[in-house]
Design a protein around this ligand. Structure first.
Ligand code: NAP
Length: 228
């Protein structure tokens, strides 16, 4: 069965994606920046599960995670770039500290790029891969408002990365897409959110398990393509 790596998988949507992929028989790497949290999360899932430490903002951590994953499985077929932060959500643009922009872009954009740089070349070599960049409608340029400036800009940039990675892997058997999980009850989404983690994970798992003739370079919500 394919091997799937999920970033930021110790809680929320990432953990649920791991659970659903494990339920389909995938070998799942539950990664988190704190190894103890990754191990605790992995213990809550039945199946072929490995916990590893992976801080997406730390190049040495990404390298160690890659080496760990290769030692154990020799390949990674599916990457879910799920780790993200939502900082200064309710600040207006002019008030958001540059440090918040930096941390947001480091995690939500550069983190996803760096992890993909480590893992996607192996997928290209095997002529098989699925990459899901967990984005948000907040990053949709067509409808962009003044909500959560740092986060929204980061998700628009993540979507641009989806297009770049899809173009650069076109025809190699690697399918790359962005998806919004909807408004989900997690630490990030809050208790008023309208969706369960199971509902939020659905489109991400669907994209992670696409058939070979599936789409690439697109943006989805509820398994439907939406404009950028
Ligand atoms: P969450 O509950 O806040 O979980 C975020 C996860 O990201 C945590 O596991 C966190 O780890 C991890 N993380 C943060 N910085 C990291 C780093 N540097 N390295 C590795 N992991 C890191 O959020 P969620 O609601 O599950 O969100 C998952 C994804 O869905 C995100 O990409 C989010 O933007 C997207 N999304 C969520 C909603 C929603 O309504 N919830 C809506 C649209 C999009 P720690 O525990 O160590 O902090």
């Amino acid at each position: 069965m394919p091997v799937a790596l999920v970033t930021g998988a110790n809680r929320g949507i990432g953990l649920e994606v791991c659970r659903q992929l494990a339920g389909r028989g995938y070998r799942v790497i539950v990664s988190a920046r704190d190894i103890e949290k990754a191990e605790a999360a992995a213990r809550t899932i039945d199946g072929n599960i490995q916990a590893i430490a992976l801080d997406v903002t730390d190049a040495a951590s990404i390298k160690r995670a890659y080496d760990d994953a290769m030692r154990r499985h020799n390949r990674v077929d599916v990457l879910i770039n799920n780790a993200a932060v939502l900082l200064e959500e309710n600040d207006e643009l002019f008030k958001v500290p540059m440090a918040a922009f930096r941390e947001t872009l480091e995690t939500n954009v550069l983190g996803a790029i760096a992890v993909a740089q480590a893992f996607v070349p192996g997928m290209v070599a095997h002529r098989f891969g699925r990459v899901v960049n967990v984005s948000s409608r907040a990053g949709q340029l067509a409808t962009m408002s003044d909500y959560a400036p740092a986060y929204s800009i980061s998700k628009a940039a993540l979507n641009a990365f989806t297009r770049q990675l899809a173009a650069s892997t076109n025809g190699t058997g690697v399918l790359v897409n962005s998806a919004c999980p909807g408004w989900v009850r997690t630490d990030m989404g809050g208790t008023n959110a309208t969706r369960t983690v199971q509902q939020g994970a659905d489109t991400l798992v669907w994209l992670a398990t696409l058939p070979d003739n599936g789409p690439t370079g697109e943006f989805f919500i509820d398994r439907k393509r939406i404009e950028w």
